[in-house]
Design a protein around this ligand. Structure first.
Ligand code: K1U
Ligand code: ZN
Length: 173
């Protein structure tokens, strides 16, 4: 089942999320709903706070080629265990800040450890778009948005446009 995606500014998008103590059926349902929400948007990632669940859980699938098999991933309590010194720049977007994009510089490669839906801890290295996406999503779990990497003027301009969009959406509903 799809869940509504919170739009910036929203206090829940600024919160540090709580670790998942146990992989319960409720957590499994949240992950399934988040994948459905992400594919429908469409997006390549989604973090639990974006659907109002303040848990350390994210989903992603950076396979953009429709000819290739999808790779839905669910990462519970993810932690970056290594970041490369070399960086990459990507014009990032966010499903909570639609129609706004900005270049963000991040480590080009990261090693991430997480718990899977099977309750087992696992580790993998990510590069390319996967590395950008997993760092963007882990930022969400720490209440950080890609606009927090921008200068104050650009960030304020985007926030004001989003406030206007939210006012217009509220009037139309
Ligand atoms: O976290 C989010 O808001 C999802 C976001 C993830 C992300 C995008 C770009 C760089 C880093 C992280 C998105 O998925 S925005 C939509 C998007 O990038 C996309 C949508 C359709 C096809 C391909 C990409
Ligand atoms: Zn985002």
């Amino acid at each position: 089942m799809k869940r509504p995606i919170l739009l910036h500014p929203d206090p829940r998008l600024k919160k540090i999320c709580d670790p998942v103590a146990q992989v319960t059926a409720e957590i499994g349902q949240l992950a399934e709903d988040m994948l459905a929400t992400m594919y429908d948007a469409p997006g390549i990632g989604l973090a639990a706070p974006q659907v109002g669940a303040l848990h350390r859980l994210l989903v992603m699938d950076c396979i953009k080629d429709p000819e290739k098999a999808p790779r839905p991933m669910v990462l519970i309590n993810p932690a970056v265990t290594f970041s490369s010194d070399d960086t990459s720049v990507y014009d990032e977007g966010c499903l909570s800040i639609p129609e706004h994009y900005a270049e963000v510089t991040r480590p080009a490669m990261v090693r991430v450890e997480w718990t899977g839906l099977d309750g087992k801890r696992q580790e993998e290295e990510f590069d390319g778009l996967w590395a950008t996406c997993v760092q963007h999503e882990i930022d969400h779990l720490n209440g950080k948005l890609f606009i927090d990497y921008l200068g104050p003027l650009k960030r304020q301009m985007i926030t004001r446009k989003m406030q206007k969009l939210k006012r217009e959406m509220a009037r139309e509903s």
